[in-house]
Design a protein around this ligand. Structure first.
Ligand SMILES: [Zn+2]
Length: 357
């Protein structure tokens, strides 16, 4: 099964000479002027057209990135010492455009198709945002399943068919969030607003780094054990009866971002991620299926029917694993093979909308 992934690479333009900087600023300013007034003081014609097409409603107080037409974006690998990749930005009145160096990226443009680019100006510096795509082949058969339960306490808890011990992720994130929560409170009382914003950015960066590490660990394991990844789908449950504001809050939670990272990175490596309805996964006993259960404390799960006692998040992950198995059997797995060697077929997986995180 083939699918397409896209992502946006953000590259800072480096080593700009005074002349180049002037040209880019002129083009950028003229573009803003054109969008807001319709008057053309000199903007590359294709960029003008793209701008009109992209930005329908213009806010006079906003700045809009230059939209560079797909076929005009020329990114090349060079042996130049300053940068591995150079790009040409089409600029009005300059034949061949302005040649700019892109700050180092752990990324190979040659393997991707360029779909579109935007030149963004921020605090006097320029960044090129390049959207790229490529086709990936997603594996159809798997030997194991990794099931992930996401939540607030542990960002993720995973169980897998190929190991008996659960894995807990997110200790560091909890520590970081706790620390910054405390700091923000303290700075708030001292009314240090700029400092609050600054540490907010720092916190986001650290949490994001952690989330990427967690996603990588899960996907490395999936690759090693040829496992499909199953994640609980909270959205279906929550979106239905809660307002937009709540959704926005959920979407900004670390586990939501983690899910996006996992989906994306897995697909990039040809591993499928299936989403399993998470309805009742926290209430149902993963051993006997009973709903006659209790949680005497947040972390503990007890089944009143079979007496099963387990960490509540692990119970959730086990339910997701069960449901994923059920789904895969339903999708046509060969059930005659011994449990340990069963291949999991996925003829019609519920495909995910994949966007670059
Ligand atoms: Zn039970």
């Amino acid at each position: 099964m083939e699918t397409e992934i896209t992502k946006t690479i953000k590259c800072k333009l480096i080593g700009l000479t005074k002349r180049k900087l002037e040209l880019l600023n002129r083009e950028y300013d003229n573009f803003q002027h054109y969008l807001k007034t319709g008057e053309d003081r000199g903007v590359y014609s294709a960029t003008k057209q793209q701008g009109k097409r992209t930005y329908r409603k213009i806010d006079p107080d906003k700045e809009y990135p230059l939209v560079i037409r797909k076929d005009l974006m020329d990114i090349r690998k060079t042996d130049n010492k300053l940068a591995k990749y150079w790009a040409r930005i089409p600029v009005y009145g300059v034949r061949g455009g302005v040649k700019v160096a892109l700050a180092h990226q752990p990324f190979s443009f040659e393997e991707w198709e360029i779909c579109g680019s935007k030149l963004v100006r921020k605090n006097g510096e320029f960044f090129l945002h390049v959207t790229v795509k490529k086709k990936v082949e997603v594996k159809k058969e798997y030997l194991s399943i990794i099931a992930i339960d996401m939540g607030a306490r542990w960002v993720a808890v995973s169980v897998a068919r190929h190991r008996s011990k659960p894995k807990f992720y997110g200790k560091r994130i909890r520590e970081v969030r706790g620390k910054y929560f405390w700091l923000r409170g303290k700075l708030g009382r001292e009314k240090k607003l700029r400092a609050i914003k600054k540490i907010g950015n720092k916190e986001r960066r650290i949490v994001n780094d952690e989330l990427h590490k967690i996603a990588k660990d899960i996907i490395d394991e999936a690759e090693k054990h040829n496992a499909i990844i199953a994640i609980g789908n909270l959205n279906g449950v929550r979106n239905s009866n809660k307002g937009k504001k709540v959704n926005r809050k959920i979407n900004s939670m670390p586990f939501y971002r983690l899910k996006e990272y996992i989906k994306y990175k897995a697909l990039e490596r040809g591993i499928l991620v299936i989403e399993v309805p998470e309805f009742n996964t926290s209430k149902q006993c993963s051993k006997c299926g009973s709903m006659n259960t209790e949680r005497p404390s947040q972390g503990l799960f007890i089944c009143k029917d079979c007496g099963y006692q387990i960490n509540a998040d692990v119970n959730g992950a086990k339910n997701i694993l069960k449901r994923a198995r059920g789904y895969m059997l339903g999708a046509g797995a060969a059930v005659t093979q011994p449990e340990g060697e069963r291949h999991w077929h996925t003829p019609q997986p519920p495909m995910l909308p994949v966007e670059a995180p």
